[in-house]
Design a protein around this ligand. Structure first.
Ligand code: BGC
Length: 253
C-alpha cells in the first residue's frame, strides 16, 4: 500500500490529508476544521466526514484519536465528551465517512511517524514521545516497537494530574512565561525519566515549533530532549501508517 488518508482528531481541531506512506509526507495540503465545543460523538463524526469528503477520498483512513483506543473502541475521554467512552470509534467514523477507518491513540500515531520519519528515526533503546497540546499524550518505543496506549500525561505530581498543569493549554490558560512553563515541564520530565529511564525524549505538539524558546530552559533533566520534526503532520502521517500496517500486517517486516 503506498497511500492512505490520515485524520488527526483533537480537542480543538480535526485535521486531515492523504499521506504518501513511502515518503512519510502529506500528499496534499491538509485541511483543518474546528472541533465544536464539547467534542461530542455526533459532532466529531460529522466533521471527520467533512474533512474526508473535502478530498473526495474513499479508501483506507487512519484516525489519530485523543483517548485510549483498544480494538477500535475508545476507553477514556479526558479532553472530549464522556459519551466517547466505550464508543466504537472505528464503526462510528466508518459509517459517517463511508471509508474503512482504523483509529489509534493520537500520541501513539505521532510517535510512530517520528520513529519512522522524524526525530526518532533509527534510534534504538527506549524512546518516549510526549505531545504537549490540549493534554499530554505519551508514546513509548523500545527498539522501534510501540508499547500502545501509555497514558503518562496523567502521572500524578504534587497530588494533581500532570497534564492539567503542564500541557501547552495550561501555559496558555495561565498566561505563563516560557521560564515559568519550562519549570513546570522540567518537574514533569524529571518525574517521567525517573520512572522510565528513556534514552531519548521527543517533545511534540504544536508548541514544538517553538522548542528553542523552552527546551534550553529545562532544568535538571538528564535525558537528551529533542523537538519533534514532523510537528503538525505527525498525527496525520502516523495514523495513516498505522491503518496501512494494521490492514496489511506484513508491511511491518
Ligand atoms: C489523553 C490521551 C491523549 C492525550 C493527547 C490525554 O488527555 O488521555 O489519550 O493521547 O491527551 O491528546
Amino acid at each position: 500500500m503506498s497511500s492512505a488518508f490520515g485524520l488527526d482528531i483533537g480537542g480543538s481541531g480535526i485535521k486531515g490529508a492523504p499521506v504518501d506512506l513511502a515518503k512519510g509526507e502529506l500528499a496534499a495540503e491538509r485541511v483543518r476544521f474546528a472541533t465544536p465545543p464539547g467534542a461530542t460523538v455526533a459532532d466529531i463524526a460529522d466533521i471527520a466526514a467533512q474533512v474526508v469528503a473535502t478530498f473526495g477520498y474513499t479508501g483506507l483512513v487512519g484516525a489519530a484519536f485523543p483517548a485510549v483506543v483498544i480494538d477500535g473502541r475508545a476507553r477514556t475521554a479526558s479532553n472530549i465528551d464522556a459519551g466517547w467512552i466505550d464508543t466504537d470509534v472505528a464503526g462510528t467514523l466508518s459509517e459517517t465517512t463511508g471509508c474503512d477507518v482504523v483509529p489509534v491513540n493520537d500520541a501513539d500515531a505521532a510517535g510512530l511517524a517520528e520513529m519512522r520519519f522524524g526525530a526518532g528515526r533509527d534510534v534504538l533503546g527506549t524512546v518516549a514521545l510526549l505531545t504537549l497540546g490540549t493534554g499530554i499524550g505519551s508514546a513509548v518505543f523500545v527498539d522501534g516497537l510501540l508499547l500502545p496506549n501509555t497514558e503518562l500525561g496523567h502521572l500524578e505530581i504534587g497530588g494533581a494530574d500532570a497534564e492539567l498543569k503542564t500541557a501547552d493549554a495550561a501555559r496558555e490558560r495561565d498566561d505563563l512565561s516560557w521560564e515559568h512553563w519550562a519549570r513546570r515541564l522540567s518537574k514533569y520530565l524529571r518525574h517521567f525519566e525517573a520512572l522510565l529511564w528513556p534514552d531519548l525524549l521527543i517533545l511534540g505538539g504544536g508548541v514544538s515549533r517553538k522548542a528553542d524558546k523552552f527546551v534550553p530552559l529545562l532544568e535538571g533533566v538528564r535525558t537528551k530532549v529533542v523537538a519533534a520534526q514532523l510537528q503538525n503532520g505527525a498525527g496525520i502521517i502516523g495514523a495513516a501508517l498505522w491503518a496501512a500496517e494494521t490492514r496489511q500486517p506484513t508491511a511491518r517486516n
